[in-house]
Ligand binder design. Sequence first.
Ligand code: MG
Ligand code: MG
Length: 257
Amino acid sequence: MIHLKTAEELEKMREAGRIVALAHEAVRNNLHPGMTTKELDALCESVIVNAGAMPSFKGLYGFPAATCISVNSLLVHGIPDDTILQEGDIVSIDIGACYQGYHGDSAWTYAVGTISEADQKLLKVSEAALFEGLKYAKAGNRLTDISHAIGEYVFSYGYSIPRDYTGHGVGRSVHEDPTVPNFGPAGYGVILKPGMTIAVEPMVLAGRPQTKVLKDGWGVVTKDGANTAHYEHTIAITNNGYEILTTLNKEEHPENG
Ligand code: MG
Ligand code: MG
C-alpha cells in the first residue's frame, strides 16, 4: 500500500532529507586517500546525531553500521571497516536519516583523489541516469516511466544494471511500497500522485550484470570484478513535478519529462 504524505509529514521528510544531505556534504569535505571506511561512517553518524536524527540503516534488518560504504566492485551494502581508501578508488556511500519518525535516503559515488578516465565516465553517466529518470517523476505518469528512462540511458553506454536491487517508497519506513525498478518497459506500475515519496537509485555496473553477496552476508559485489556506481535521491511527487528532499539546495522541478 502506498501512503501519500500530508504537508506535515513532508515537512519532517524535508528535514530528514536535509540531514542526509548534510552528511554527504561532510563526506565531500573530508574524503581523502588514507582514511578508512569506518572513519567515514563515524563522520556521517556524528553529523546525523548532532542534527537531531538517527541513522536509518543502523540495526535495519540487523545491519551493523550507520551507513553502507561500498568501494570499487562493491555495489551496495558494504559494511564500513578498516579498509583504507586509496588514491584512484571510487566509493559509494549510502546514507539514511530518521527525523521524528520519517526517513530520507540518498547514495552518492565519490572519487578518492584522481580516478581513471573509465571511472570518471562511469560516475558521470550513472549520476546523469538518476536525473534522466527524474524527468519522468511527475503526477499522472506511470512509475516505470522513470525505470525505463534510467535503463535506456545506462544501456546506451554499454553499462549494465543489477536485476535484484531497486529503488523504493520511503517515509515512515526506509523501505515502503512501491518498488522502483531501474530498467524495463515504460507505462507500468502505479500512477504517480502528489504526496508520493520515493527513493530513485540507479545502480550501474561497468561490466556484466551478475552480482554475488560477500561472506559477511551484506556486501554485494560484481562477479566479474568490474567497478560500480550508485546515485540516489529521495523525492516527493508534487503538483508540478517533483521535489528532491535529500538536498541542501531545495528546488522543484516542474514540467519535466
Ligand atoms: Mg540508500
Ligand atoms: Mg534506497
